[in-house]
Design a protein around this ligand. Structure first.
Ligand code: HEC
Length: 197
């Protein structure tokens, strides 16, 4: 009898203390960037239904984003705020590179400090330079090194997100911006391949 009581007590303690962390991020967690909420030049969402909490921090321009927050500037790069304790080094952000087609998103790579984008540049390495009050969010002036990409280029990338209806009709302005991006990426790739001195 005593054993059963101890067992029950142990089980109930386990239930009480078990953290509620069971939510997953899958290919289906992501959508057309323009169906998210726009704040300045980037877009936000919340996978746990707390869009209000996410918007509050995004519009205040500083503070700690609530769990479930999704941030995107470029359609392929995503930051998702996971549960407390997920990754102290990244303030619980998970970084993603997602590949996109008109049929949806496929996660190419994901994780914390180790994640690189398709150009082999480390997400954390840049975003960690944001001052602490900005919770890893770079914007133009939060302490990260500038990437040298003007807003018109971000807008063109957003307008041509293949997941969004009508994205295959590209304006002359967006075409021009995407050509500029092509040149920037080519330069970046060249400098990465240059032999070490
Ligand atoms: C070379 C440095 C660099 C790398 C690498 C980088 N970022 Fe960024 N990121 C920035 C800068 C700077 C901005 C702000 C750009 C702007 O608003 O013009 C930014 C903006 C963003 C934003 C919009 C919110 C914000 O912080 O302003 C998200 C989301 C984001 N990046 C995710 C990622 C993810 C995910 C990766 C990796 C797959 C990544 N970034 C790689 C520098 C970088």
């Amino acid at each position: 009898m005593k054993f059963v009581r101890t067992l029950l007590l142990a089980l109930s303690l386990l239930l009480i203390t078990k953290p509620v962390t069971a939510w997953e991020v899958t290919d289906h967690s992501f959508k057309c960037i323009k169906h998210m909420k726009q704040v300045e030049n980037f877009y936000v969402d919340n996978l746990l239904g707390n869009l209000e909490g996410t918007l509050a921090v995004a519009t205040a321009g500083q503070g700690v984003y609530p769990e479930g927050s999704v941030l995107q500037l470029m359609p392929n790069e995503v930051m998702v705020k996971r549960h407390a304790g997920f990754s102290p080094a990244t303030n619980d952000w998970e970084f993603f590179w997602i590949d996109l087609t008109k049929d949806g998103s496929v996660i190419y790579t994901r994780g914390a400090v180790e994640v690189n984008n398709r150009l082999n540049l480390n997400c954390f390495g840049c975003h960690v330079k944001a001052k602490p009050e900005f919770d890893f969010v770079c914007r133009k002036d939060h302490g990260c090194d500038p990437v040298g990409i003007r807003d018109g280029i971000w807008t063109a990338l957003q307008n041509t997100d293949p997941r969004c209806p009508g994205s295959d009709v590209v304006s002359a302005e967006d075409q021009q911006a995407l050509a500029e991006l092509g040149a920037i990426v080519e330069e970046l790739t060249k400098s990465q391949q240059a032999p070490a001195q």
